[in-house]
Each structure stands twice: as C-alpha cells, then as structure tokens.
Write a protein that binds this ligand. Sequence first.
Ligand SMILES: *Cc1c(COP(=O)(O)O)cnc(C)c1O
Ligand SMILES: [Zn+2]
Length: 378
Amino acid sequence: MAGVDVALRCRDCGRAADLRDWRCTRCGGLLRLEWPGLTPDQRIDPAARGVWRYRPVLPAVGASAIVTLGEGATPIAWIDRWAAAHRLGQVGVKLEYLNPTGSFKDRGTTMLVSHARSLGLGRLIEDSSGNAGASVAAYAARAGVEATIFVPAAAPAAKRAQIERVGATIVPIDGTREAVTEAALAEVARSGAYYAGHNANPFFVAGMATFAYELIEELGATPRHLVIPTGGGSLCVGCFDGYRRWFDEKAGCQRCPRIHAVQSSGCAPLVAAIEHGLDRVPAIRRNRTVAGGIEVERPPRDREILQAIRRTGGSAVAVDDDEILAQRRLLARTEGIDVEPTTAAAFAGLARLAKDGVIAPDDMVVVAATGAGWKDPG
Ligand SMILES: *Cc1c(COP(=O)(O)O)cnc(C)c1O
Ligand SMILES: [Zn+2]
C-alpha cells in the first residue's frame, strides 16, 4: 500500500536525476518518472477516498508525509439541458472545482507537497496565474512548510487573496506569464528552495493521473471524448499517462478518450502546433484573454501534450473571449454550474466541436470543470 518506488530520469539526455531535482542538472531537460510494473490488484487502497485511494500506484511517500485536504473523488454532473441546446446527448461535467482550494490543481499539489515533505524540504517556490499558487500555498500551510508564490501582477484579486489568507508570501511580477516563471526560477537559484512549478514538476503531473483513475472506476462506459481547458497541459498529460498506467501502453491508448485541448484564441500555441504538424509549439503572437489560467505561451511539456492529443485522436481548438463569457453565463443559467472563465473556455470549445461535427450527437463526452466561478468573478 505504500506506493511505488519511482526513479527520475531526464526526458532529453537520459541522465538519472536526484529525487530533489525538478530538471536535469546536465542539460536542463524536464524529468520523467520511471515506474516499475504493477499487477491489477495493487491499484487501490479501498479504505481511502479521493486521490490517496490510488496510493498504491502513486509515487511512494511515507504515510506520515502525506499532505491531504480531502482532494479528488469529484462527482460527475450530466448536463442534459446544456447538451440539448448544442445538439449533444450525454455530456458529463467532472466537478473539479469542488476540490479543496476550488480547482483541479489540488490533485497535483497533494502529490507534489507530500513528496517535498517526505524529503524534508522546508520551502517551496511556485509560479502561477493564481490557482496552482493558491493550491500550493494551502498545502504548504497544512504541511507546515514555507511557500513563496510568484504571480502576474494582473492575477485575479480573489486568487491573490486566497494565497495570502493561508499565509504564503506572494510576489507579483509585471510583464508576461513567462517573466513570472523567470522570476521564480531566479529565486530558486538564489535560495536553493524546492521548485514546485506545476508546469514542470513531474510529481505534480503524477497526481493528475488520478483524474483518469476516477473516470475508469466511476464510469461503466468509456467516454468517447474528454474536453480540457489547456495551458501547461498537466491534466491532458496526466490523464493520458493515467490510462496507460492503469491498463498498458497499447490498451491505455485505445481506452483513453479522445483528448480535446481547448485554448483561448489570445494564446493558442498548441492549436498552432497541431495545425502545422509540429512536435513543439511555435512562437506565437498573443493577445489579452479572460482565460488567464490557460495563458501559457511556451508550455514546457508541449511534446507530451501534443502526443496525448494525437495518439488519442483528439484535437486542439481555440475560442474567443466573447464565446467564453457567453458559455460561462449559459452554463450557470441552464445548469447552475458556476465556473471561472478559464473553465468556461472548455464549454465554448465543446460547443464549437459539436457544431463542426468533430463530436457527434450521440457521443459521450466528459468536460473537466477545472475552476470555480468565485475565483474570478469578472
Ligand atoms: C491551470 C488551469 C487550467 C489549465 O491547466 P494546465 O495544466 O495548465 O493545462 C485550466 N483551468 C483552470 C481553472 C486552471 O487553473
Ligand atoms: Zn538531460
């Protein structure tokens, strides 16, 4: 029940890495986890609920190191009225905003902070448009470790206040989202604190696989499509990894729903890469968007995201701010589901995919409702 012993290795040059590293000390490449095989009866701790129900297939941390606030085990709501308005049949919404800090980021954070605690690390540094920062800040408070969160100066006030209420140090940075990451990394280099950056840290993505495990356990039928608002791609990549780990490489690819990554047209590097058949994102021109949570110009995991999309037969789609805001309102008024604009982008994307015939009326779809409406009231 203690989880699996993982090793870390550089994705690019193959060098073995220390469990305290978050990128390769030789070439700077991102790290991937190496897992031993597992037998089917080892996957679940039936006594536990939520993310830690899957502890046998998560990276090993000691029982006393686990930092949890009750994340995971989110319900699925079937939105028949919204679906009918878009000529769709079965649309399920996985209510990820019911996670402890109001976003799906808690799945990755519980794993990441538990890992950091098991190594005895005393300070975490994170850069975030808001939700990952609020999540890391809360779990750090629970773990009794210090957190410093770098955010864009334009981050929504509700998210900043959330970070401050749990006692983290917040550092607002003027400039692009990339400037925020650079400032965080400069502080990591200066201080030696652990980099908990959710777009790069392999333990964060490992926690995201539990989203897939819950779909597999909860739904009798495999949904044909999965629609995810995507920036750094932790949920796309974690979910695809989850299917391949739960089954095996081949069966996992077949069983995983088609992954549709929705971006804002103000910042849509993945859409550009898919359109042009590239394996990395190209440089893009970008504009302001209301969907700040998916505004990531150069996602470090671009290759893995593009692979998850292509190997599942999915797509990448960009939607405009007016479609996002219209869908936010429609979803709230027809179904009582109040999400932040970043999340509403997924519904705008689904509406577009239905209209374009990529998703057929009788296909089962699951949408990840990643963040709560109160976080970004607008
Ligand atoms: C972070 C975030 C996303 C995007 O997740 P990535 O892992 O960066 O792709 C989507 N929705 C909300 C509400 C978020 O906070
Ligand atoms: Zn390397």
